[in-house]
Design a protein. Structure first.
Length: 209
């Protein structure tokens, strides 16, 4: 997993509440277990007409926001089913930070496991960030995870909270596998002791003829 330290990029405003995981990545895109290629399906039903043509006024189709790295959105983001494809699609599109008043719990946890930083802020702070993000290509924000500060386009700063353990994992690019591999030497030592103390556990069973 790529570490998250400091992120600088355009922030796209999507001031909608209750955006569920089916809106983030519709069910027809769930046939793959690959994490790449899902960005094209992100917010598909908000981005495209039934005939496949673009909905030009959707925020991520506007020229200023096509390369957005930050999403500022509404309450209860990521509600609905627990599909892990939702953070995969956001990450594949290029979104590495989502700022909202609240998130659905499972989606919130999945973000950290996939290298996305979800930030919870009061609605009054969100309103100010949305207004700043509406400046389009000039809406460049910096998110500093170490300092836990968002710097807005006008130089203002907004502090945010993050769980210390999750912060450690993001800063060091550690997903669940990475956390396990940090303990590789201890695991190897345990297995070595166990093979000595309980060798019968490691004896190959006779195969039936």
């Amino acid at each position: 997993m790529e570490p998250f330290t400091t992120l600088t990029g355009v922030a796209a405003p999507l001031a909608m509440i209750n955006i569920d995981t089916d809106m983030i990545i519709p069910k027809q895109f769930l046939k793959t277990i690959k994490r790449s290629g899902l960005g094209s399906g992100l917010f598909y039903e908000l981005r495209y007409h039934e005939n496949g043509s673009e909905i030009a006024d959707f925020v991520l189709h506007r020229p200023s926001y096509k390369n957005a790295k930050i999403l500022i959105t509404g309450d209860n983001f990521g509600c609905g089913s627990s599909r892990e494809h939702a953070p995969w699609a956001l990450l594949d599109f290029g979104i590495r930070c989502i700022i909202a008043p609240s998130f659905a719990d499972i989606f919130f946890n999945n973000c950290f496991k996939n290298g996305i930083l979800p930030i919870v802020l009061p609605q009054t702070e969100i309103d100010g960030l949305v207004a700043a993000a509406e400046n389009g290509a000039n809406a460049t924000f910096t998110v500093d995870l170490e300092a836990q500060v968002i710097t807005t386009p006008d130089g203002g700063q907004v502090a945010f909270e993050v769980d210390p353990f999750r912060k450690h994992c993001l800063l060091n690019g550690l997903d669940d596998i990475g956390l396990t591999m940090e303990k590789a030497s201890a695991i190897d030592a345990f297995e070595s002791r166990q093979q000595t103390d309980q060798p019968w556990l490691y004896r190959q069973q006779d195969q039936p003829e």
